[in-house]
Design a binder for this molecule. Structure first.
Ligand SMILES: O=C(CO)[C@H](O)[C@H](O)COP(=O)(O)O
Length: 224
């Protein structure tokens, strides 16, 4: 097993300790969240009584396979805890997410959750966000014009591809990956992007996270 995978498992095991009987749990997306879902599934099979709200079709399928009762956000009375991964984080608990293309539902769940826990391996910690290209979800109808505008803003948008075709999200939208290196005013960047009609959401998670659990070697480090 790679040291990165080991760190993801260690972080997920630490997060599992925060999940209590009766909770509604937000299920993140990506490889670290998949480990989390597998751990939650095992705990459910051993008697833990929780319900999950999935942030992507892939996570939903995995959760069902693992035996976690999955409910839709609409019928969830609340989300007690949301456990998700990240592509980058800084010590101000700001994140870039969306490497797996699930940023919209991930951000919706994060907004409605009482507590947001991010689980990561140590490669995800950065001084300043932006080495990882920022994913944004856009309506395909407006994609070409949005790309022109983002190009003028110096953000070098790239259309995300999958198997040689344009990637489509669970909501049938496109993902553009932006170069935000050197951008320090992330709140303003978020406002500028979200104000462009056709940009549905961005992968900047600036004020949602309560706790980050990072696997570091055989230990965890926390940021809160
Ligand atoms: O935001 C995400 C998916 O949209 C993931 O949480 C992010 O890409 C991290 O993935 P991984 O755990 O595989 O490194």
């Amino acid at each position: 097993m790679s040291s990165t995978t080991n760190e993801k498992i260690i972080a997920a095991k630490a997060a599992l300790k925060l999940v209590e009987h009766g909770m509604v749990v937000g299920l993140g997306s990506g490889s670290t969240s998949a480990i989390m879902i597998e751990l939650l599934g095992k705990a459910c099979r051993e008697g833990l009584n929780i319900k999950g709200v999935a942030s992507s079709g892939i996570s939903e399928k995995l959760a069902i396979k693992e035996g976690i009762p999955v409910i839709s956000l609409d019928v969830a009375p609340k989300i007690d805890i949301n456990i998700d991964g990240a592509d980058e984080f800084d010590t101000k608990l700001q994140l870039i997410k969306g490497g797996g293309g699930a940023l919209l539902r991930e951000k919706i769940i994060a907004h409605f959750a009482s507590k947001n826990v991010i689980i990561v391996d140590s490669s995800k910690k950065v001084e300043q966000l932006g080495s990882f290209p920022l994913p944004i979800e856009v309506i395909p109808f407006a994609q070409r014009k949005i790309m022109d505008e983002l190009g003028q803003m110096g953000l070098s948008p790239q259309v995300r591809l999958h198997n040689g075709k344009e990637y489509r999200t669970d909501q049938h939208n496109s993902i553009l990956d932006l170069d935000i290196q050197g951008q320090t005013d992330l709140e303003t960047l978020q406002s500028s992007l979200i104000n462009i009609p056709g940009i549905v959401e961005t992968g900047l998670f600036l004020n949602t996270t309560n706790l980050i659990i990072m696997g570091s070697g055989n230990e965890t480090k926390t940021f809160q």
